[in-house]
Design a binder for this molecule. Sequence first.
Ligand SMILES: *Cc1c(COP(=O)(O)O)cnc(C)c1O
Length: 446
Amino acid sequence: MSQHTPAGVQVRSTRDEAQAALSLDEAIVRGLAGDGGLYVPTAIPPLPDNWRDAQSLADMAETVLAAWWGDDAHEVAPLLRDALPFDTPLKPLSGDRYLLELFHGPTLSFKDVGARSMARLMGRLLRRDQKRAIVLVATSGDTGSAVADGFAGIPGVDVVLLYPKGLVSDVQERQLIVERPDVTPLAIEGDFDACQRLVKQAFQDPELATLGLTSANSINVGRLLPQMLYYLWGVLQLERLGETTPPVIVVPSGNLGNLTAGLVAWRAGMPASGFHAAHNANRHFSDVLAGVTDPLQPPPTVATLSNAMDVGAPSNLERVLDKDLNVMGGHLTASVTGDAQTTARMRLTYEQDGELVCPHTAVGLEGWEQARQARPEWNGLPAMILATAHPAKFPAAVKHATGVGEVSSAALDALLDQPTRVTTLPPDFEALKRTVVAVAGSHRAV
Ligand SMILES: *Cc1c(COP(=O)(O)O)cnc(C)c1O
């Protein structure tokens, strides 16, 4: 199975019939395949025998992912170690449930893992090719702050961040606009769609094309693959607690990137009894699994309380359905949870376990209850539920559900003291273009 060449793992596009292979580094540079498909590994290296020796998430990176880069592993390992200085601890709840807390990174969501890793992987390639890049992102949620933080201070990279002025929460805005080296936050006087339109237009502009624009998109393999590490670290922690049965892993899902990373870890040999994709009202994947809808006919996006999972058409669906990752022999199920059930689950979790959880994590906890009812053979198995964001990012939802008005987080408190900087722009392409050109110009010799 393993194809561990000196050049490292090869990838192919999900849509390429000829299955032409290219290197992981090349796929990180390209992001999306030329045929519109997504890159997946041609073969997944089995976990090395010593993966259970890891003592931290960073150890796991060095042990597992280094093998993916072949002869370049010695260059990549320290970058991943630098990207992952925080823990993803496993917290036992009642009823054989365990929360895998993925929110101890600097911007308090699991997206820190992928964004910080990808920033360093991309920085290495820019250095190698002596190039600069401008990461351009439109954001309404956790992605923007994770990308801004992850890429800040990486030599050769500028970040330009667009968000809808007045339409993100106070906590989110504060995370977006703290001063960071080479990061330019733009408050756009329009909605999220206006921000996305501007970014799309920028990528089609011939003049801007010469400046090395890139999207740091969540479909990039450089963001995706490092996410397999916390699955392994979570399962290892579970084993160290004396749990001998492999868990069912519950993933609060939107674009299905997180789930894809879990499936890659499973294919590499991680013990798991199954996977469950827990969705909010955006139910496309659940309907696809149930065979009641065409994968190519996704419904429009529905706005919910767990807004980072408000995705009508999951971009990683194509990967999950790919022949090499497809685990539909009954090991993978999905559920749909509405806002009322989400709030009720937040309240119940606080009452039963004394634990404040964010709305996304609550969708996971509620999804697990549905999953074990739908599949009696999963009853009695331990469940590892991914806690994807810190509750302090969603104070209004927490207060509404539990009555608790104060959710503390040292990382957020530290942000309060830092200076902020933001530019307000009309939703006008020429204004954005001038800004991007100025950002690029600030690095050219005068
Ligand atoms: C992005 C996000 C998700 C969804 O993850 P996908 O990889 O898009 O499925 C879930 N929870 C939180 C808090 C997120 O930020």
